[in-house]
Design a protein around this ligand. Sequence first.
Ligand code: SAH
Length: 342
Amino acid sequence: MSGPAVLKNMTYGELEQFVLSLGQKKFRATQIFRRMYEGCADFDEITELPLSMRQQLQETAVLHAVSLKERQVSSDGTRKYLFEIAGGDTVESVYMRYKYGSSVCVSSQAGCRMGCAFCASGINGLNRNLTAGEIVDQITAVARDTGSRIGHVVVMGTGEPFDNYDELIRALRIMHDSRGLGIGARNITVSTCGLTDRIYDFAKDMPQVGLAVSLHAPDDEIRRQLMPVARSCSMDKLLHVCRDYTEITHRRITFEYALISGVNDRAQDAEKLAARLRGMLCHVNLIPLNTVNENEFQSSAREKAGAFAEILEKRGIQVTVRRQLGADISAACGQLRLNRES
Ligand code: SAH
């Protein structure tokens, strides 16, 4: 193996094997796994370990997979982070405080190749997939910086998580493990632009983890203008797969819908959307669009969002208008990273 072992890439079982390979006792893995997810910054902080073992770990392994590069703090407590990963690329994470506890939004890729027209993350394409350790370490780094226990995780940062499926699943297993971070599966949500084969895989592999699907349109014509992925998969097909998903998992699906002025926010769009979603086990999350300098899309006026929500509600579709946190810092999704790229 080349280079030091990145411990946060390892599941608990793999860490046990690693500890054994160092000639140490298995139970050391319990101590390391617990302490590294409590946020230990250095092997020397894991004082349960004999000094010789700490030295051995310094020589063979690393605790961290991401390092803090920049942080912005909003007046409402929201924090936006830019982390550096191996190779020099950067990824964004966001910390949010809600009534029910603290939540972190993590990235799954450096860049993105889905190319949604309104999104800043894909403007320069995909640089590389994140490793499981890099996904998980965003949570630990944020927890350490804020001094808070993270109860909820959303995989809604830069990247298409289902385009990096294996590392995503590994990361979910690691963050869920109660010997470490112990984040409840039901407190984790993964968002996809709609890669249908992977939705089936996800229903099978992670039936307890929440799924959000980015819809952003009431029909194929509008969706294809906004999301290239929609050119190879119709909304009928996507919604059929979503129905299968709810049947397999019995879990309500969240549809994300960013309201874009004059594009997808008319009353007739809401009517059309309501008709298509009728009878589905779902919930619509209306998102005020974050403006991105690189495109001309504008967010719908607040009254428009209210009227849109009202139509859905009247038609029996559960809907919320997402509250905007961190408005004073929040460059749009992917914007902080984009602005810092040379
Ligand atoms: N690739 C995944 C997850 C990443 S983004 C997906 O497409 O779902 C998380 C959500 O933010 C998605 O619904 C995405 O469409 C949305 N989003 C991207 N850019 C946005 C912007 N400028 N304003 C509002 N929402 C945006």
